[in-house]
Ligand binder design. Structure first.
Ligand code: ARG
Length: 457
């Protein structure tokens, strides 16, 4: 039964009904719709629309319905009603008859859906915050496990300067911390309750909206009814948080795909997160990471779709806004699954420290140290840079590293070089020199780990 049949002489066309119905996806709001309805029943009792007995009967029936939908959510999806609000009302009529018809007094599906959706978003944000914290923990554990491992650091995918592998891990911890803080800001901002805003103008019953909001765990009630029913910023913000976080995960995936390649051989992914080829028996493909990278597009797609849907929508509610759900209902579990999968990948990583060290030693990634050596001897950096460039060319010509050049060769470019140049070129010296805050020295990375651990408690 539709909630609005009285004004109509015929029912909707079958094609329109299918086009219009949102139950096949908003059934996911069943729990929130029922919880919101229990709260609304309380508000109606407060303004004497419901007496105590009616309130008790309605709440008992709603709680029973809650158990039923929790036990079989899929059954709701195919029940054939227009939307979750129609479904809940009709299921309630089945339980308590005409009394159920009183529940919609002073309420509109517009404030109802806005409330349900915020409740759903708030729960989801909490789950995702937990998952991000776990992933951060996994990165920190890997950073601690691999504390001595040296990795070539890249710019332009050219070996640039050596870094600690743990420094790489902690870079992602930084990103995840920002993801966490963005998401918890968004969660705080969305935590205001639209219920009691009516269709758009507010409700005509003297309901204590603040009390109603607090009963549902909101920080407070929304302040403007027009805004409250038409605001979907919280959806946009969640999708934006998801998109940025997915960008981070995609970069992590890309780094690891490269590290795991036959060419680099820096890491080995566990069997549990890789798959084989149906044709080539030797293959072990990084599918989990590629899917994380691939799903980033899908999540961002949902974000841009939501922005386009909202663009230039007049106040207040318009049916366009029903399009707010499917993208988010797809993007949030996708995001969560990617965080979980990233954790599984990080947990099972085996780092080939010999290979990372050998690669870090190659590529003349100690050239900056050499320039700094010259600076210490009083040569301006720009001139030193040029001198070192000449030496790099020399090393390349003989197929060697900078530290393999003889002192005569060094001196042939500039007489200031002495044998004290060799310790400077050692890889450990390159790492050790990066002592300023945020650098890759062991001390800095250790204190970054300590800070992150303290922060995650
Ligand atoms: N299914 C609708 C939605 O998801 C519920 C709100 C319907 N409101 C209305 N005025 N038709 O947006």
């Amino acid at each position: 039964m539709a909630l609005w049949g009285g004004r109509f002489s015929t029912g909707p066309d079958e094609a329109f009904k299918q086009f219009n119905d949102s139950l096949p996806f908003d059934y996911q709001l069943a729990e929130q719709d029922i919880i919101g309805s229990v709260a609304w029943a309380g508000a109606l009792k407060q303004v004497n629309v419901l007496n105590q007995q009616e309130y008790d009967d309605l709440v008992a029936a709603l709680n029973k319905l809650l158990d039923e939908v929790k036990a079989n959510p899929q059954a709701v999806a195919v029940a054939g009603h227009e939307d979750i609000h129609s479904y809940v009302e009709s299921a309630l009529i089945d339980k308590v008859g005409d009394l159920a018809k009183k529940l919609h007094t002073g309420r509109s599906r517009n404030d109802q859906v806005a409330t349900d959706f915020r409740l759903w978003c708030r729960d989801t944000a909490e789950h995702i915050l937990e998952a991000i914290a776990e992933l951060k923990g996994e990165f920190i554990a890997l950073a601690e496990r691999e504390l001595g491992t040296i990795l070539p650091g890249y710019t332009h995918l050219q070996r640039a300067q050596p870094v600690l592998f743990s420094h790489w891990c902690m870079a992602y911890v930084e990103m995840l911390e920002r993801d966490e803080s963005r998401l918890s800001d968004a969660k705080n901002r969305m935590n205001y309750c639209p219920l009691g805003s009516g269709a758009l103008a507010g409700t005509a019953y003297p309901i204590d909206r603040q009390m109603l909001a607090e009963g549902l765990g909101f920080t407070g009630a929304t302040r403007n009814s027009l805004d409250a029913v038409s605001d979907r910023d919280f959806v946009v913000e969640l999708l934006s948080c998801a998109s940025i976080s997915m960008i981070h995960l995609s970069r992590m995936a890309e780094d690891l795909i490269f590290y795991n390649s036959g060419e680099a051989g820096f890491i080995e992914l566990s069997d549990g997160v890789t798959s084989g080829s149906s044709l080539m028996p030797q293959k072990k493909n990084p599918d989990a990471l590629e899917l994380i990278r691939g799903k980033t597009g899908r999540v961002f797609g949902a974000f841009s779709a939501m922005m386009m849907t909202l663009k230039a929508l007049p106040l207040a509610y318009n049916k366009d806004m029903q399009e707010d759900k499917e993208g988010l209902f797809d993007a949030m579990p996708t995001w969560l699954a990617c965080i979980h999968m990233a954790q599984a990948c990080i947990k099972g990583i085996k780092v080939n420290a010999d290979k990372t060290l050998a690669a870090a030693k190659g590529g003349h990634s100690n050239a900056t140290e050499l320039a700094d050596y010259l600076v210490a001897k009083g040569i301006p950096f720009r001139e030193g840079h040029h001198i070192v460039g000449t030496l790099v060319q020399m090393a390349i010509a003989q197929g060697n590293n900078l530290e393999d050049l003889s002192l005569e060769q060094f001196k042939s470019v500039h007489s200031i070089f002495e044998s004290d140049v060799y310790p400077v070129l050692e890889i450990d010296a390159c790492i050790k020199a990066r002592q300023a805050l945020g650098g890759t020295s062991l001390e800095q990375v250790t204190s970054a780990i300590k800070y992150a651990k303290k922060n995650s408690k």
